[in-house]
Design a protein around this ligand. Structure first.
Ligand code: HEM
Length: 146
């Protein structure tokens, strides 16, 4: 059984052509950056020796986010993936939704969810406190001073 995807028959956007061109370039550039960011993320979390999904626990996350490098790395990945994914969905909504109110409702919902997730994710990355774990000194001896 084959699935036929309809041609976009409602291509609309309230933005101008110049804005859409910039959004399209952003999709290409962010897509390229995401390849490297996601590959690095998978390598460090899952592939490198002595790692693997079983080793991803509180201590692992605490160790990573004790470093400003991984805070910035994960923050950039979070922002790029969410803006890229949301803008991609905006394109699909603009292409396929037939009624104006549906298009607007979906697009507003998409950005509300994306902005909420960006704010929450950024707060988690930047305010994460490993010292709430009483056993933290056993795995991060130099991070939490009494
Ligand atoms: C390795 C990472 C990724 C690469 C290389 C990539 C690349 C791209 C490119 C080049 C486009 C534009 C297609 C076009 O307009 O012709 C696109 C569209 C899109 N991307 Fe990504 N992307 C990546 C990750 C993601 C992630 C993590 C999400 C979701 C959070 C996502 C969701 C979308 C969506 C919804 C579209 C719109 C699809 C469409 O217009 O038909 N992508 N992607």
């Amino acid at each position: 059984m084959s699935v036929v995807i309809e041609q976009p028959n409602q291509p609309r956007s309230r933005k101008g052509a110049q804005w859409e061109k910039r959004a399209w370039i952003f999709m290409r550039v962010s897509g390229l950056l995401l390849i490297f960011l996601i590959l690095g993320h998978l390598m460090v979390n899952l592939v490198l020796p002595e790692r693997g999904v079983k080793s991803i626990d509180f201590a692992f996350v605490a160790g990573k986010w004790a470093s400003p490098f991984w805070q910035v790395y994960d923050g950039i990945m979070l922002w790029l993936a969410l803006i890229h994914g949301t803008n991609g969905m905006r394109t699909l909504v603009n292409d396929y939704s037939e009624r104006e109110w549906v298009r607007k409702t979906l697009n507003v919902s998409l950005w509300v969810v994306a902005i909420a997730l960006i704010i929450l994710g950024t707060l988690v990355i930047t305010t994460f406190d490993p010292c709430i774990d009483p056993d933290v000194e056993t795995y991060l001896p130099n991070v939490c001073k009494p």
